[in-house]
Design a protein around this ligand. Sequence first.
Ligand code: ADP
Ligand code: MG
Length: 323
Amino acid sequence: MASSEFELIATYFSGIGTARKDVHLGIGDDCALLQVPPGQLLAISMDTLVEEVHFLAGTDPELLGHKALAVNLSDLAATGAVPAWATLALTLPQSDPDWLAGFSRGFRRLAERYGVQLVGGDTTRGPLSVTVQVHGFVEADNALRRDGARPGDRIGVTGSLGGAALVLKIRNKEYSAMRLNTDLSRRMDQPQPRVEAGLVLSTLAHAAIDISDGLAADLGHICAQSGVGGRVALAELPLSDAVRGYVDATGDWSLPLEGGDDYELCFTAAPERCEAIEVGMRQAGCRLSWIGVVEQSPELRWIHPSGGALVGSAGGYDHFQAR
Ligand code: ADP
Ligand code: MG
């Protein structure tokens, strides 16, 4: 690596996030040396954002720094893990100080919020692409998996659904009856990982997933991997005023059902745990909605407010057919 690249790392990526005692050696050597708490499992996850695939050229680097870490923290949240460390592989067309400062600022702010330390990475030249790996800790018994749902569980979701997809629709000029404002844009540009909610769920829920591909697909993964099905009442889906306005105006439910990038959590829990989950979510300041129940038959049924049911396969949301 050229010395300018060492300088780049020292300037923009050293000392990012919280200085942690479990980091014996961080950035600057061949490997980072890290201590996992005895008796806990290491939860790891990685996501890549590629320019023109996952974000547009010219995207504010600060928002990108935030989002690259946020989507990874969302995976830890969906596992019920406590975030600890991150690594960052950056491919850059050139070394642009303003871009690097912005990116590093967005990444740092979110890392500090969750006590995460950046402990290593890789820097290369090429088309802009950002890969982050996060590492967290979880007790084996508390790890939330996609295959833990049981018939009779209630299905819950955090926050609200379809906001990010609505932003995309407005930006793509596919819907002109609504203007973008800061609150709405943040749903797409600055997703907030549900880390606190995931920790509440870790001791109380049976299964969880973060909603990156849309509720139908992601709940479909839980059902398929758990060998169950379920029914969801569309009337119970948590919608922001903006998304509700869109659904009311168009009758189109695809935003909350198929819209990706919300990074809310979808989970299932035994009915007797629901009250404790409600209390925990209230303490975590997280909106919670119960939207349906898990059933034995491997079919996902979506109950339309008008009373009709739409049936999707538990493997996903390939097709809906009116009953
Ligand atoms: P090596 O050649 O041994 O793989 P590098 O020269 O690529 O090491 O990196 C030097 C140090 O800087 C390593 O500790 C590596 O983890 C860290 N590093 C490189 N790029 C980044 C980055 N984008 N963010 C954080 N740390 C980085
Ligand atoms: Mg080396």
